[in-house]
Design a protein around this ligand. Structure first.
Ligand code: SF4
Ligand code: SF4
Length: 276
């Protein structure tokens, strides 16, 4: 099994997955019945021994609670990171509502996470069929998210970060809004697996962690609660508090994602501040 096989499995799985389309039973309103959540996936391969994983144990990056690939799976050889890009309908929906999340986005955030879980489990099953072990860290009983109220820290510090892992694997770089800018942009969801399948790691097409971000400031203007600033970066607590508000208002769903739409990094790597 190689990277091409994995991508083929992921693509055909998504094409046939009923959960990738919002059913009449789940839909918040008639408008979103039949909404397709994701377009075709992209994925990247990392070496489990990449020195960047060890760097994440540094308290100034993630912290000692970060669990290394070989701690999830002692025989680990490879980390597979995938990105599912939101469809134009999901992104366009969130542009029509300037403050609160659109129905399309609420579905993409919540039902879309079910798709990410099923995608990980499908790839895990394909690896098992080929005779390889794997762990999906975010579904493992050891996975933890720690809440912090320190304004200088991420409000949710987890022992496996999909964005950091995707950065190592070569999927993309961070943006000012702290999302990951991939070849298919930032609007979408990430997932990953650690496996003992030996694969050649992708070469990272960048050398800086914010390389794809032009610092254009479009996400600053998009944020309904001024949680992003060119000068000071992202106020994670303010963002998190707003997400809590949406969770209360739109129960059982939540979300925002305004910083991922109407921005040059929405569905591609921005070329320059003037390219939007
Ligand atoms: S909108 Fe501009 S500043 Fe914000 S993350 Fe995207 S490229 Fe960077
Ligand atoms: S998710 Fe919403 S609240 Fe959080 S930074 Fe982005 S636009 Fe602001």
């Amino acid at each position: 099994m190689n990277k091409k096989d994995l991508l083929m499995h992921a693509t055909s799985f998504l094409e046939s997955l009923p959960d990738n389309t919002i059913s009449a039973e789940l839909a918040i309103s008639k408008k979103v019945v039949g909404l397709k959540i994701y377009d075709a996936p992209i994925l990247a391969i990392g070496n489990s021994q990449d020195p960047y994983f060890r760097l994440f144990k540094d308290e100034t990056i993630i912290g000692n609670h970060f669990i290394l690939p070989e701690e999830w799976l002692p025989e680990a050889q490879t980390v597979i990171s995938f990105f599912l890009p939101y469809t134009n309908d999901v992104r366009a929906g969130n542009k029509t509502a300037p403050f609160w999340p659109a129905e399309e986005w609420l579905h993409a955030r919540v039902e879309g996470q079910t798709v990410v879980t099923k995608m990980g489990q499908h790839l895990q099953a394909e690896l098992a069929k080929a005779g390889y072990q794997s762990v999906i860290p975010t579904l493992d009983p050891r996975f933890q998210i720690r809440r912090s109220t320190d304004p200088g820290e991420q409000p949710f510090a987890s022992n496996w970060s999909e964005r950091h892992v995707a950065l190592v694997c070569g999927l993309g770089t961070f943006g000012l809004s702290k999302g990951l800018i991939t070849a298919r942009g930032m609007a979408g969801r990430l997932g990953s697996l650690v496996t003992n399948l030996p694969l050649t790691a992708d070469e990272r097409p960048y050398s800086e962690i914010y390389e794809y971000c032009t610092q254009c400031g479009a996400c600053v203007k998009q944020c309904p609660v001024a949680a992003i600033s060119i000068e000071t970066g992202k106020n994670h607590l303010r963002c998190s508090d707003f997400l809590d508000e949406t969770a209360e208002k739109f129960k059982p769903r939540y979300g925002c994602g305004k910083c991922q739409v109407n921005v040059p990094c929405e569905s591609r790597i921005p070329l320059s501040p003037a390219s939007n």
